[in-house]
Every structure is written in C-alpha cells, then in structure tokens.
Design a protein around this ligand. Structure first.
Ligand code: SF4
Length: 287
C-alpha cells in the first residue's frame, strides 16, 4: 500500500451506504481519526435498494461533513433491462452467471458496472473538487486520500489505486475492525437502528443469505430482481443474442425465485449465515 500523503489536497470517503462505509463515516464524525473527510461521495447506480437511499438521507442528518451524491446520469437497472452499456450499445455490464445449452456452468461475463457506474462518477467528482477539467493532467505534486470501508475480514479487497495521485486508505483496517465489530459499535451508539446491505438490487454477487433476506424484508426489490432475471433469458433480450449461453443472476444458475427457495431450505437446515458479499471487487461495491 502507498503511504498517506503528509498534506493531501482532499480527503474523500467513498460511501456505498452499507454497513462498513456507514460505520466509517460515523467513526469519523465521532473523532476516531485525526482528520474528518472533507466530503463523502455516494455513487448512485440507480438500482440501490430503498434501505440504502434511506440510510444515506439519515447519515446526512447526523454527519457534519457533506455527503454528495453523484451518478453517470444513467440507471444501471434501466441499462440492464435494455441490455446496453453506458454508450447505449448492446451489452450486459453486470457480471452474470452463464450456463451452456447442456446446463453445465460456463463461467461469468466480465463485470464492468462497478467501474462505469461507481468508480468513474466518484473520480470525476474528485477531479471537479480539485478544480481539474475532465482530461487535464494531474500535477505530480497533487495527492489525495480515498477512504474505503473495508474491514479486516475482507482485507484481500484492499487495492493500490491505479492513479498515482489517489492514495487508497483503509481506516477500519487501521483500527483492526471486522464487519462484526462495526455492527456491534453501531448498535451500541445507535440502538434500534438497522444497517442496510449495500449492493444493487439485482447484483449477482449477492450471497444466498443476502437473497433470502431481500425476499423476506424487501419483497418489492426481490420481485424486481426476479422479473429482470427472467427477462435476461427472454428471446428478445440482447443478452440472448450476445451470449451463446443462458444468463442467470444467481450462482445456482436457476431462475432466481427457484434458486432462493433452495437457499432458504439449505440455510434452514444448516442454520448458517454465509457472507453477504460473495466476490472480491474493487472496494466500492458492497460496503
Ligand atoms: S453492486 Fe453489483 S451490480 Fe452493482 S455495481 Fe457493484 S458489482 Fe455491479
């Protein structure tokens, strides 16, 4: 990891609106760190669950530093439904599970959504805040901190930023906090409040327990994901003509409702709670 710059031009908290980034923002507000962020930035993909939007609004009421919402001006949900990428060309930017015509697993398609719908708008906003025009070079002497809500139980998601002027910082790791520690601290400070899970409604990286929880607590979002999952295999959808394989949102490579019914039975039998986020990513999604 790069060491923190002594005098960063900007300290930005990347706010996904889920457990870890919410607790990170609150710990900063409670002066757990030497400095507060100058700003927290929430990248709205247009497909977050209602609980995340509500949580962002609540955070605005309890946090003294600004929370800015940014987006690329498109909805990931609408683009998945239309089967297009951010340029409007036929594509599927979310990482779906593929199944060959004979039913054997055929890997996943390449994930581009995080980069285009989350990382890019945050980076563009950072450049604006630094007074830089979209393509102007960044001075060698410029350096800023990007705070990411990664905990010690998922330390493998830490990354060095590809941009030399952005220093990724992991304050929860510095504090030695796990996801469970975050939840415990939060419930001690804000009894009776819940913490949402941050991920797009139809994100294929939802784990089994996460899908089951969505069906039980947010039926509207779950039904939306079920309908879109089905749409992705319809003869008229771009995904059908682009891939030789069938496309699924669930790792079981079954229609979503059927897959989650199996998850429910399996979780009840094992009484286990798996991880809510089943795949490594750039540190933006799922926190
Ligand atoms: S949460 Fe999932 S679908 Fe949404 S941007 Fe991240 S990887 Fe893509």
């Amino acid at each position: 990891m790069r060491s923190r710059p002594p005098d960063p031009a900007l300290r930005v908290l990347s706010l996904g609106g889920g457990t870890q980034s919410t607790v990170l923002a609150l710990l900063a507000e409670h002066d757990f760190f030497e400095h507060k962020p100058d700003v927290a930035i929430f990248a709205d993909t247009g497909w977050e669950p209602p609980a995340v939007y509500k949580n962002i609004e609540w955070l605005r009421s309890v946090i003294s530093f600004p929370i800015e919402t940014v987006s690329i001006g498109r909805s990931l949900r609408e683009d998945v439904i239309a089967g297009v990428n951010t340029s409007g060309s036929p594509w599927l930017t979310i990482p779906t599970f593929l199944s060959a015509p004979d039913g054997t697993p055929a890997g996943m398609n390449w994930r581009q959504c995080t980069t285009h719908y989350k990382i890019k708008p945050i980076k563009e906003q950072v450049r604006r805040l630094l007074g830089l025009s979209p393509r102007s070079p960044v001075a060698y002497s410029t350096s800023m901190e990007m705070w990411l809500g990664i905990t010690i139980d998922e330390a493998e998601r830490m990354r060095v930023s590809p941009d030399p002027w952005i220093v990724n910082c992991y304050p929860l790791i510095d504090l030695g906090m796990s996801r469970e520690d975050c939840i415990e601290w939060f419930h001690g400070e804000y009894p009776g409040r819940g913490l949402p899970r941050s991920a797009c409604v139809g994100c294929p990286y939802h784990s089994a327990s996460s899908w089951v929880q969505m069906r039980e607590t947010d039926k509207t979002s779950f039904d939306d994901a079920v309908a879109i999952d089905k749409l992705l295999r319809s003869p008229d959808h771009n995904a059908t003509s682009m891939f030789r394989n069938r496309v699924f949102l669930h790792s079981r490579r079954l229609p979503l409702e059927e897959a989650v019914a199996l998850d429910t039975a399996e979780l009840a039998a094992t009484a286990s709670e798996d991880e809510h986020w089943g795949n490594e990513c750039a540190g933006i999604c799922g926190t």
